[in-house]
Write a protein that binds this ligand. Structure first.
Ligand SMILES: [Zn+2]
Ligand SMILES: [Zn+2]
Length: 250
């Protein structure tokens, strides 16, 4: 767990970033603000073979910028001489160009990474890891991500409002990470996030074996959030802790 904050970081924290390791492969799922420093504290960043981005909100991709500069200029990356693959949602190339084009570096990200705009209907094979996507409803096009390896599965719900898609996609997963952004449901307008109780209820219906709440600010009453989620899930729930390692053993 590299970063679990929502769109604003906790003190010393980072936005969304999850390092998944299996079969000798190292995959980064999301790369929000602050994640690159957390990645460097955990691993040599040149060990990451691929990055997968769930959606194009800043708190899920913004640290691709310092990561790209490191790949372009650091001695370690130049010695490694291989570009990590970057699997991003359809339209990502244009978004990256607009962001880094603000200071005239349109191609920064696509020169540093081998960029692929994924088709969410297609599964990825990355060495011993299989990666699946499923669109979930949020403010912009967003994909839940599932990693399967060694007979186990990790499912990350990305950001989403209450929905049936994640329940079906996460069916009987070994480890489910669901966002629990809200203290209470949004009132009026389009919903985009879950409360802890909603996360617990979705995980119960998916029959997930283990639930970790993420995308939750330390500004919230996290003990209350955990209580609500546990009541809805019907079993113990964990709160994401940056630096924690979650093992999936089958
Ligand atoms: Zn987010
Ligand atoms: Zn979002």
């Amino acid at each position: 767990m590299l970063g679990k904050s929502p769109a604003w970081q906790d003190a010393g924290g980072a936005c969304s970033g999850y390092l998944v390791e299996a079969g000798g492969r190292c995959l980064l799922v999301d790369c929000g603000n602050g994640v690159f420093a957390k990645l460097r504290a955990a691993r040599d960043f040149t060990d990451v073979c691929a990055v997968v981005i769930s959606h194009l909100h800043a708190d899920h991709f913004m640290d691709l910028v310092p990561y790209a500069y490191a790949l372009a200029y650091s001695h370690a990356a130049r010695a490694a001489a291989s570009r990590p693959a970057l699997y991003a949602p359809p339209g990502a190339r244009e978004t990256f160009r607009r962001v880094t084009g603000a200071w005239g570096a349109e191609e920064l990200i696509e020169q540093a990474f081998e960029v692929h705009e994924y088709d969410p209907a297609q599964e990825l094979e990355l060495g011993g890891l299989r990666v699946r996507f499923h669109e979930v409803p949020h403010f912009i096009r967003t994909h839940a991500v599932q990693v399967l390896a060694d007979g186990g599965s990790f499912t990350y719900g990305a950001d989403c409002r209450p929905n049936e898609e994640i329940v079906a996609f996460a069916r009987e997963t070994d480890l489910l990470m669901l966002e629990a952004t809200l203290e209470a449901p949004e009132q009026g307008g389009c919903r985009g996030h879950l409360t802890p109780a909603e996360a617990g209820e979705h995980a119960r219906r998916a029959q997930a074996r283990r639930l970790v709440l993420t995308h939750i600010s330390a500004d919230h009453d996290v003990a209350h959030a955990l209580d609500e989620a546990q009541r809805a899930f019907g079993a113990p729930v964990e709160l994401a802790v940056e630096g924690a390692v979650y093992e999936i053993a089958r």
